[in-house]
Design a protein around this ligand. Structure first.
Ligand SMILES: NC(=O)c1ccc[n+]([C@@H]2O[C@H](COP(=O)([O-])OP(=O)(O)OC[C@H]3O[C@@H](n4cnc5c(N)ncnc54)[C@H](O)[C@@H]3O)[C@@H](O)[C@H]2O)c1
Ligand SMILES: [Zn+2]
Length: 511
């Protein structure tokens, strides 16, 4: 690979994009302004005061030439004014590097930079100043650039993907990437990335204030991540036993001994077990640090890692200790699903089938990244309405009343997602018997299960009466059972008191 030099106005993302490209390509990264500051032992404002802009530009030219003519490729982010002198433009033209202009509109730049006190050049009218700067410099950027890359309204990972493409590098992200915003308010909104290879977006989503990253994962997982800054990998056991307060204490102890601070970040890489645990650790360590989830199971990507619920188990029951802790980003890398064991994949498909009836429509016709994105959007919408699970969030439990009872009677040998799959036609039949939906809609449930090759039959030997007994325990109802049922207004919670009807509905499986 050739060296790459990024040019463009302040705020166009040269450092962030450059650092991310460097991580992806394993090539060193140089921030030219930082090189100048280090060599001079003065900050940029101090340099301007002591030597004037001319003095600064002389140092800039020297640093630029060193960067361009050294051995081996480098990714170089330049200062916004680098193109204002002939000597720098000449160096850029002669250097053996691909120069890329990150082109952003003044509107976008002023929104990104706001009234940053560290950008005194912008004054009180950032939009006006940026418009003027761009008028002065646009031609100069274009004159030195081999490529112009528009970045307005584009997420950084997409820009890095395009840059890799321009440079003819093997793409780490293949296929479309979906960016699904999750709105939780209070400045905690975040974006879920879904696509093949999006784990490579990690450096772009680690908050700039972080100095260290603790990656929590499981030893046997075939997927690793590189956050692009100092990091440590902490392994937790496989299976539900990892969701244990003793494991939380052990991990927090390791973070403390390592010196993790409030500004640092936890990254959870794994299935729902890992993201539930990592989220909980992040919510309590130092009274809360940022967490980024990289879910590697289908269930994790469409369910566990979205919505902010996290926690661990007690001997007395599952998920009894936990918190609501929103991640700062979630990377749903569909490439990781390629190594998922069949049973885990099927369990994820059971949960996916549910989303067809929560407004997802023909999800089976989409490719995997689009499907994951659609489920994320559906869950995110529900969660945005009801972050703390007072009402609407209950609809995510479609198919779950029978599923929970089946998990109990089978002693949890049936996977949760597989139990949900079996529970869907039952919920449909209860709704039909109540006159809420017609026979075709019940059939649609079977069609979806067929499409995913999921069994639509009760496990052998389960007793209907004992399942009905368990329904009322599920939501601790005194009389009647709260079911989540499909109907003319979509899926909603409905109380069902009629045991005869609940018994009758089991006939749906006699096909
Ligand atoms: N927080 C929530 O809102 C929420 C929602 C649903 C489920 N959950 C929790 O999620 C957990 C279940 O999650 P799960 O089904 O992902 O189980 P899991 O995390 O145990 O993963 C299943 C198995 O697959 C392995 N694995 C994960 N990714 C892999 C990959 N890409 N390739 C190969 N192997 C891989 C894991 O190591 C594990 O052995 C439960 O603890 C449940 O309580 C939480
Ligand atoms: Zn579920």
């Amino acid at each position: 690979m050739q060296s790459v030099v990024l040019v463009g106005l302040m705020g166009s993302g040269k450092s962030t994009v450059g650092r991310a490209l460097a991580v992806r390509t394993g090539v060193p990264f140089l921030d030219l302004d930082q090189v100048i500051v280090q060599r001079a032992g003065l900050t940029i404002p101090e340099l301007f005061a002591a030597e004037g802009e001319d003095g600064f530009r002389v140092r800039e030219t020297a640093a630029l030439k060193d960067a361009l003519f050294q051995d081996g490729p480098t990714v170089v982010a330049t200062g916004g004014g680098v193109v204002t002198t002939e000597s720098n433009r000449d160096a850029l033209r002669r250097g053996n590097a691909t120069v890329v202009y990150l082109e952003a509109s003044p509107m976008e730049l002023s929104a990104r930079l706001g009234k940053d006190p560290d950008r005194p050049l912008l004054g009180d009218d950032p939009l006006g100043s940026l418009t003027e700067l761009l008028e002065e410099r646009a031609d100069l950027y274009e004159a030195v650039a081999h490529h112009v890359l528009p970045v307005t309204s584009r997420p950084v990972p997409g820009v890095v993907d395009d840059l890799a493409h321009i440079l003819g590098l093997d793409p780490v992200v293949t296929g479309p990437v979906f960016y699904e915003p999750v709105r939780v308010g209070g400045g905690r909104d975040y974006v879920v990335h879904a696509g093949h290879g999006v784990r490579h977006h990690l450096p772009e989503v680690v908050p700039a204030t972080a100095r260290r990253v603790a990656v929590i994962t499981q030893e046997h997982l075939p997927w690793t991540v590189d956050p692009g800054i100092e990091h440590r990998v902490l392994h937790v056991p496989d299976g539900e036993t990892a969701k244990d307060l003793r494991v939380v204490a052990e991990i927090c102890g390791q973070l403390a001994r390592w010196g993790m601070t409030r500004n640092d970040v936890v990254v959870g890489v794994g299935g729902g077990v890992v993201t539930d645990l990592a989220g909980f650790v992040a919510s309590v360590y130092h009274r809360g640090v940022n967490v980024i989830h990289v879910p590697t199971t289908l269930l994790g990507q469409i369910d566990a890692a979205i919505g902010g619920k996290c926690g661990v188990n007690l001997p007395e029951g599952k998920n009894l200790v936990g918190s609501f802790w929103q991640p700062s980003a979630v990377l749903c890398d569909t490439e990781t699903l390629t190594t998922l064991p069949e049973a885990d994949y099927k369990a994820g498909l059971g949960e996916l089938a549910k989303y067809h009836f929560l407004g997802g429509g023909r999800l089976d016709e989409l490719d995997m990244a689009a499907r994951v994105a659609a489920c994320v959007r559906l869950k995110a919408d529900v969660v945005a309405d009801d972050e703390h699970e007072s009402g609407r969030r209950a609809i995510l439990n479609y198919g779950h009343t029978l599923a929970h009872a089946l998990e109990t009677v089978t002693g949890y040998t049936l996977r949760h997602g597989s139990a949900v799959a079996v529970g869907l036609p039952y919920a449909a039949e209860v709704a039909r018997l109540l006159g809420r939906i017609d026979r075709d809609r019940v059939e649609e449930h079977f069609r979806v299960l067929d499409a995913y090759e999921l069994p639509a039959t009760l496990p052998d030997g389960v007793n209907h009466e004992s399942l009905i007994q368990l329904f009322s325990r599920d939501k601790k109802a005194l009389d009647g059972v709260t079911f989540v049922l499909d109907g003319p207004d979509g899926v909603e919670s409905v109380r069902v008191d009629d045991h005869a009807l609940l018994r009758e509905a089991f006939k749906v499986y006699d096909r």
